[in-house]
Ligand binder design. Structure first.
Ligand SMILES: [Zn+2]
Length: 374
């Protein structure tokens, strides 16, 4: 088996702050070609959301064999200040490997590649769906890869996303779904005027306060068997009124809703829009993802058994946390997410336990082999 630690170091050494192109994909291509993969790369989009590089690599099994895909991203969030060692110069200290992307998710991708040495070419078709824009707006990333796969007729039967889903120990949690996410901007227009002459003005603030009070009091649902209750947070409130004696002309606010599969982005937008309108306001939603669930079954059982065999743990099937590219991939095939411990992701001094990289490679190899032979 290729050394997952070496591979992770090579990937971390190629800086790739989102949106990523170029070098890090050269490194990835150089890893996959010797393993018999046919590598396709393409760049999409323009500033500010692009350009974004995407990579689709496939190793075809015998005619009619199953197609299993690993999916992930090579872009990383900006490193920020105050690192102990340089963020793009991987450094081993003690049992840990430090560097931006160590857990989210160059480390997981290194383990996926390392796993391939252990999966015979005739076991079936395996592909890598790798984008350079998961951490950013994700406009030209995985969605473009899905279009590419549809055009080439290479859509997988099952897909594993390598996001860092483990919490305290490698293998303690897998994600079988994700909540949806919608941000909604609320605006109330009034008429500006002197506070001493309120009959000549129309203050938008009491209306906005009434809208927000009603939204904040909503109970969206009680949760489901697999999802926690949907949650609405008020995230911004802006009037920008520097004068103590002026009734402002406009007031705005923003809310963010993380929701389970009893709602859709559209149903919540409609609900919030109706409340805003009743108080004389207007609402503008941007839906960033719909919820999805891969109900527990054969695929989650295969993943859980592989985890158990290598770690002794029974992973908890969860739908918690933020959104990921699984929100797009689930339109293609059933998706499960499993990867490294997420404690240091997006933080300064991001680090992975080197032993976890090797264990994860063995888990990924087990999953690929079990899926392909099922
Ligand atoms: Zn990630």
């Amino acid at each position: 088996m290729n050394n997952a630690i070496d591979l992770a170091e090579k990937l971390i050494s190629a800086p790739s702050v989102t949106p990523a192109t170029g070098l890090v994909f050269d490194v990835m291509e150089a890893m996959l070609e010797p393993l018999g993969f046919e590598v396709h790369r393409f760049v999409k989009g323009e500033e500010p959301d692009g350009p974004v590089e995407n990579l689709f690599a496939i190793r075809r099994g015998p005619e009619g064999s199953k197609h299993f895909a690993f999916a992930g991203h090579l872009d990383v969030v900006p490193p920020g200040e105050g690192w102990t060692s340089a963020p793009f110069a991987p450094e081993q200290r003690g049992d840990l490997l430090y560097g931006r992307g160590a857990v989210d998710m160059k480390g997981s991708i290194a383990s996926m590649v390392a796993a391939m040495a252990d999966v015979p070419a005739d076991a079936g078709t395996v592909s890598f769906i790798i984008t350079g824009d998961e951490e950013g707006p994700a406009v030209y990333g995985t969605r473009a890869l899905i279009d590419f796969m549809k055009e080439s007729g290479d859509t997988p039967d099952l897909c594993l996303v390598g996001e860092p889903t483990s919490v305290n120990q490698l293998g303690d949690m897998i994600k079988i779904g994700r909540r949806g996410s919608v941000n909604i901007w609320i605006e109330v227009e009034g008429t500006q005027g002197h506070v001493a002459y309120p009959h000549l003005a129309d203050n938008p603030l009491p209306k906005l306060v009434a809208i927000l009070a009603e939204l904040d009091a909503l109970v969206l649902d009680e949760g489901t068997e697999w999802f926690q209750p949907s949650n609405l947070e008020i995230t911004d409130l802006e009037v920008g009124n520097p004068a103590h004696n002026v009734i402002p002309a406009k007031a705005t606010a923003r809310i963010s809703i993380r929701f389970n599969d009893t709602h859709s982005g559209a149903s919540l937008s409609e609900l919030v829009g109706a409340i805003a309108e009743r108080h004389g306001g207007a609402a503008k939603p941007i839906i960033s993802g719909e919820p999805f669930l891969t109900p527990p079954g054969d695929f989650s059982r295969i993943v859980a058994e592989a985890v158990k065999a290598e770690t002794g743990l029974d992973p908890e099937p969860s739908t918690t946390g933020g959104t990921s590219d699984a929100r797009f991939l689930r339109a293609v095939c059933p998706v499960i997410e499993f990867g490294l411990c997420n404690a240091t992701m997006h933080k300064r001094d991001e680090a992975v336990a080197m032993e976890d990289l090797q264990t994860l490679a063995r888990i990924y190899a087990r999953i690929a082999k079990a899926v392909l032979s099922a």
